[in-house]
Design a protein around this ligand. Structure first.
Ligand code: MN
Length: 278
């Protein structure tokens, strides 16, 4: 199964992508199939992805500044993952594992081959139970009105790692119904792409083990974490007082292992990012 990452033009994401892919290859070998989905046009980003031997999938997102609410514009890159079912590069794949770029592959993904979510699989967010503000959302698709009830309060699933059933999303154009929903609720949604997935799919989401989306502060992350997610502080966030509470557990262990994957010129960039926060 391919692993797909998505990125926009922030240079930090390129650094994170390199760390993620190199850690994936350290676990699964240099031919581990992976894909970087890029919605921009910056030749530097394109060259960097190609230099890293990552398959590049350029995609003009259907969720874009023209049709999404202004409050979403600063995080448009986060919506790219919602369109993976539309990519020609994944047309022959029934499933894909989407991962944020701020992940570190710590152990083999072999167990995922036995999980076939009917729609999508995600691990739970490490936060308290969540009460959405709305009782339901209504949206129009192909001239018909649909209501999505909120079957909550729920434990939210985290969108940093998502196992998508692409075949299901493509069948009978289901993905287009979901994207219509996303556009029409984009002015009222709390946590962007993550809320869209949680709200639209609700009880259809298959629960993945927390080891597939394991923050480094979790005790199990070091020995058992399969995909470690730098959820909150990134590897260079060692000075921000804001994230002090999350730089616990195995944060330093994974930060060191991530740094070992960086080349000298990249380490300079990391040091610049570290210094920016003093
Ligand atoms: Mn993340």
């Amino acid at each position: 199964m391919k692993v797909a990452f998505c990125l926009d033009d922030k240079p930090q994401y390129l650094l994170l992508l390199k760390g993620a892919v190199r850690s994936l290859r350290a676990v699964h070998g240099p031919d581990a199939p992976c894909l970087a989905v890029y919605g921009g046009d910056n030749p530097e980003v394109i060259n960097a992805i190609e230099a890293e031997n990552i398959t590049l999938a350029r995609h003009r997102p259907l969720l874009n500044r023209e049709n999404m609410a202004p409050c979403t514009h600063r995080v448009m890159g986060a919506f790219l993952k919602l369109e993976l079912a539309l990519l020609p590069e994944l047309a022959d794949d029934d499933y894909v594992l989407y991962c944020d770029t701020d992940v570190f592959f710590n152990r083999p993904l072999d167990g995922l081959k036995e999980i076939y979510p009917p729609y999508l699989g995600m691990a739970r967010e490490q936060t308290a139970i969540f009460y959405p503000e709305h009782e339901s959302f209504t949206y129009v698709h192909k001239g018909l009105e649909y209501t999505v009830p909120m079957p909550f309060p729920i434990w939210t699933y985290n969108s940093g790692v998502v196992l998508f059933n692409l075949k299901r999303l493509r069948s009978r154009g289901y993905i287009y119904s979901f994207l219509d929903f996303c556009r029409q609720v984009s002015d009222r949604i709390g946590n962007f792409d993550q809320s869209m997935l949680n709200y639209f799919f609700g009880k259809k989401i298959t629960k993945l083990s927390p080891l597939y989306n394991c923050p480094p502060y979790m005790q199990e992350s070091k020995d058992h974490g399969i995909i470690v997610h730098f959820h909150g502080p990134k590897p260079w966030d060692i000075n921000k007082p804001l994230w002090k509470d999350l730089r616990i557990g195995h944060f330093n262990h994974f930060r060191q292992r991530w740094l070992e994957l960086m080349r000298p010129d990249e380490l300079e960039l990391v040091q610049e990012l570290e210094a920016l926060q003093k």
